[in-house]
Design a protein around this ligand. Structure first.
Ligand SMILES: Nc1ncnc2c1ncn2[C@@H]1O[C@H](COP(=O)(O)OP(=O)(O)OP(=O)(O)O)[C@@H](O)[C@H]1O
Length: 269
């Protein structure tokens, strides 16, 4: 199924082939663009570009991989999407609305984020999962906690465990379940599996692909692993020196034309 996701005036026009959109998405004729990112710019104190005019349309219900050399601005770009960092220039639109017009807590509920290392709060896994809804005065039932655990591929025995009893991979899945408890529409992931072993990595990748397929979740993931991006992403944005220099499908990476992007891909493969 093809989704045309750009505008004529825009630098990056994407036609994305999305497999298996959920039936709900088909029925509601979903809006095509989740994030519209316009000309994000930031210079370092020395005048070097950190973000050098990032502009891209991010479609709904796809996994977008963000790759590029170290220091190219991947994390900075990601953090701009839920206002963990505010760029001095440029605009981010979520469903067509400038994210600066949204209440920041509402924004962060809609746009959840997961980092490289999971940081769980004190208390049990269930306490962690209940935390976000509780802030809004909502108490999750045991069944709701179990179903969030299941969504993150954890069985019910994790309910009353504490952080100290978990492996890093399990803790990352609990952190994911805690984020999912807020019912986000978008997940931002900053190298979520780089501290995990291959089995835990595969578990997380499976969960992410299921979230996309079953819930139409939009997932934007920074990764250093080209192989991982090739396994799960629908679109790849290649950043070099604060600029998106290529937007490709994972199977087109060898066709990258930008010399530094090509070099990066060759060295990383
Ligand atoms: N608020 C800031 N002020 C000044 N410099 C910053 C700021 N945020 C990031 N930088 C610098 O911008 C550059 C891009 O950083 P960023 O962490 O976004 O890159 P990255 O591509 O995610 O790198 P890595 O792959 O190593 O994690 C780095 O040189 C960083 O030191």
């Amino acid at each position: 199924m093809m989704y045309y996701t750009g505008t004529e005036a825009h630098e990056h026009l994407l036609v994305v082939d999305v497999e298996d959109p959920s039936p709900e998405q088909e029925e509601t004729q979903r809006p095509l663009t989740k994030f519209g990112i316009r000309d994000l710019r930031k210079e370092s104190d020395g005048g070097d570009p950190i973000l050098n005019g990032i502009s891209v349309e991010i479609p709904k219900g796809v996994i977008v991989g963000i790759i590029g050399p170290s220091g190219s601005g991947k994390s900075t770009m990601l953090r701009a999407l839920n206002r963990l960092w505010e760029p001095p220039l440029g605009t981010v639109f979520l469903d067509g609305r400038d994210i600066c017009d949204l209440d920041v807590l509402t924004l962060r509920r809609k746009v959840g984020m997961l980092f490289q290392l999971p940081a769980l709060f004190e208390g049990t896994v269930a306490d962690n999962i209940r935390y976000g809804p509780q802030l809004r005065g909502q108490k999750l039932s045991d069944e709701e906690v179990y179903s969030l655990l299941k969504l993150a591929d954890l069985d019910s025995s994790f309910y009353s465990k504490t952080g100290g009893e978990l492996s890093v991979g399990q803790a990352q899945r609990v952190a994911l379940a805690r984020t999912l408890a807020n019912e986000p529409e978008v997940l931002l992931l900053d190298e979520p599996t780089s501290a995990l072993d291959p089995i835990s990595t595969e578990n997380i990748e499976d969960v992410l692909v299921n979230l996309k397929k079953k819930q139409g979740m939009t997932i934007i993931m920074v990764s250093h692993s080209i192989k991982q991006i090739q396994r799960i992403a629908d679109i790849v944005c290649l950043l070099v020196k604060g600029e998106i220099v290529e937007v490709l499908r994972p199977d087109e990476l060898s066709e990258a034309k930008h010399p530094m992007a090509l070099r990066f891909l060759q060295l990383s493969s």
